[in-house]
Design a protein around this ligand. Structure first.
Ligand SMILES: [Zn+2]
Length: 120
């Protein structure tokens, strides 16, 4: 696969001309469904050709993800016309801390943006 330069905008936010997260590269690009889930590398990942942030099934499972989905946008053109191509989120049963990663593809400029979050 062609390598795309990934630019970190801060500790938790990346953008690139091409797919960023391993889940996007290995799962989403091979998928033909908008959003499906799989247990992968010890995490439950949602991946696919893309689903609107407002429709993502995990937004109802975690409050921080509901907020994140409401604010998901393209880190190049700042457009809101994005599709979520990969996402995992979990709340630690021990600490109650929330963690998530997601990646969106922009329908306007075609580029990728990824956000990683850890509450601890
Ligand atoms: Zn864009």
């Amino acid at each position: 696969m062609q390598e795309h330069k990934v630019e970190w905008l801060n500790q938790s936010v990346r953008r690139s001309d091409g797919p960023i997260l391993e889940a996007t590269r290995q799962l989403a690009l091979a998928s033909s469904e908008p959003c499906q889930s799989v247990d992968w590398n010890g995490q439950t990942w949602y991946y696919g050709t893309g689903i609107r942030p407002a429709d993502h099934p995990m937004r109802d499972e975690m409050r921080v993800l509901e907020y994140a989905m409401d604010h998901a946008d393209c880190l190049f053109c700042e457009g809101k016309d994005v599709l979520v191509v990969a996402l995992q989120g979990v709340v630690s049963p021990q600490s109650g801390d929330a963690y998530y990663d997601y990646e969106v593809k922009c329908n306007t400029c075609g580029k990728y943006s990824a956000v990683s979050y850890s509450e601890d």
